[in-house]
Write a protein that binds this ligand. Structure first.
Ligand code: NDP
Length: 290
C-alpha cells in the first residue's frame, strides 16, 4: 500500500458477495510486475445501488471495474457502449471509463482461450461438448464459435436453456450444434474435448461429477473444468484416470483478469510476466492450503 501516490488510478470489483475474490491478488501483482500505478479493491454492492455504484465510480474517475455475480447482465443497462464480444456473450465482466463514456467488455472467452492454448489445446476442427448452459457456458460457446470448432454439443439439466443457447450460437456462427441431456451424452457421437461449466463438483461438493460413464471419458482427449476449487474436481479425476489431458479453471480466472488489465491500461502484458504472476497465484491458492 505504500505504492499509493497522487497519481494512483483505482480499479475494483463490484459484486455480491466479493469477500472471497482472488482478483485483488491478481491485479495488484500485475500492477507491481508491470510497474503501473494502479490499486485494485473489492466493492460489495447491494442490488438497489448498482446504478449509483457505477455512476459513482465514473464520477470518482476510477479507471475501471470488474463485474461479478450477480451483476454481469444487470450492468449492461448502465453502459454507454458495449464491446462486440460482450454483445455476443450477452454479459459484461469488465467496465472501462474512458473519455466520459462507460464501456462494457467480456474477457472470459479470451481468458479461457489463452489458458488452454498455453497448454497446447487448440480448438479449430475439434468436436466439443459443453456441460452446462449458464453464464460461463455462453463464454465457452462463443469461444468455440470464434475458434471454428467442427461440432458443438450442448448438455444441460434444464434442456430449454441449452436449446436457447444453441439458437443464439446458430445465429452468430456457422457451426454444427446439437443439444442433449446428460443421460443421452454417452450415446452421442464421440467428442474429443469437453468443457465442464456446471457448478457440480465445486467445493465443498468434492465427490460429485456431472458424468461418470466410462464410455464417455474413453473417447476424450481433453477435459477442461472451469472450477478451480478444488484444484482437481471429481470430473477431472475421472478424466485423468482415463488418460485424458486435464485443465482446471484457475488459468481462465487469471487470464480473464490479464485481459481486463490490458484493456484498462491499453497495454499488452508479456507472456513471461503473466506466467510469473500466474505462478504466484497458483502458490497462493494451492500451496498455502497444503
Ligand atoms: P450459472 O448459475 O449461470 O449456471 C450453472 C450451471 O450449472 C447451469 O447449467 C445449471 O444447470 C448447472 N447446474 C447447477 N447445479 C446442477 C445440478 N445439481 N445438476 C445439474 N446441473 C446443475 O453459473 P455460471 O455459469 O456463472 O458458473 C458455472 C461454474 O463455472 C461455477 O462453478 C463457477 O465457479 C465457474 N466459473 C469459473 C470461471 C473461471 O474463471 N474459472 C468463470 C465463470 C464461472 P440448470 O440450467 O439446469 O440449472
Amino acid at each position: 500500500m505504500n505504492r499509493i501516490t497522487g497519481q494512483t488510478r483505482v480499479l475494483g470489483l463490484i459484486g455480491n458477495p466479493v469477500s472471497h475474490t482472488l482478483s485483488p491478488f491478481i491485479h495488484n501483482h500485475l500492477a507491481a510486475a508491470m510497474n503501473i500505478n494502479t490499486v485494485y479493491v473489492p466493492f460489495f454492492v447491494e442490488p438497489e445501488h448498482l446504478q449509483s455504484a457505477i455512476e459513482g465510480a465514473k464520477a470518482l474517475h476510477l479507471q475501471g471495474l470488474n463485474v461479478t455475480v450477480p451483476y454481469k447482465l444487470d450492468v449492461m443497462s448502465y453502459l454507454d457502449r458495449l464491446d462486440e464480444r460482450a454483445g455476443k456473450i450477452d454479459a459484461v465482466n469488465t467496465i472501462k471509463f474512458k473519455d466520459g463514456l462507460t464501456w462494457g467488455y467480456n474477457t472470459d472467452a479470451d481468458g479461457l482461450l489463452r489458458s488452454i492454448e498455453r497448454l497446447g489445446l487448440f480448438l479449430e476442427g475439434r468436436s466439443v461438448c459443453i456441460l452446462g448452459a449458464g453464464g460461463a457456458a455462453r463464454s465457452v460457446a462463443v469461444m468455440c464459435g470464434e475458434q471454428k470448432v467442427k461440432k458443438l454439443i450442448l448438455v444441460n439439466r434444464t434442456k430449454k436453456k441449452a436449446f436457447d443457447l444453441a439458437e443464439d450460437m446458430a445465429r452468430l456462427f456457422d457451426m454444427d450444434i446439437d443439444v442433449c441431456g446428460f443421460e443421452d451424452l454417452v450415446e452421442m457421437k464421440a467428442v474429443d474435448t469437453c468443457f465442464q461449466t456446471t457448478s457440480i463438483g465445486l467445493h465443498p461438493d468434492h465427490e460429485a461429477s456431472p458424468i461418470e460413464a466410462e464410455a464417455f471419458f474413453k473417447g476424450l482427449q481433453w477435459a477442461v473444468d472451469l472450477i478451480y476449487n478444488p484444484s482437481e474436481t471429481k470430473f477431472l479425476q475421472i478424466a485423468a484416470a482415463h488418460g485424458v489431458r486435464t485443465v482446471n479453471g484457475l488459468g481462465m480466472l487469471f487470464y480473464q483478469a490479464v485481459r481486463a488489465y490490458e484493456i484498462w491500461n491499453e497495454i499488452t502484458i508479456p507472456e513471461e510476466v503473466a506466467e510469473s504472476v500466474l505462478a504466484s497465484l497458483t502458490a497462493h491458492v494451492y500451496i498455502k492450503k497444503g
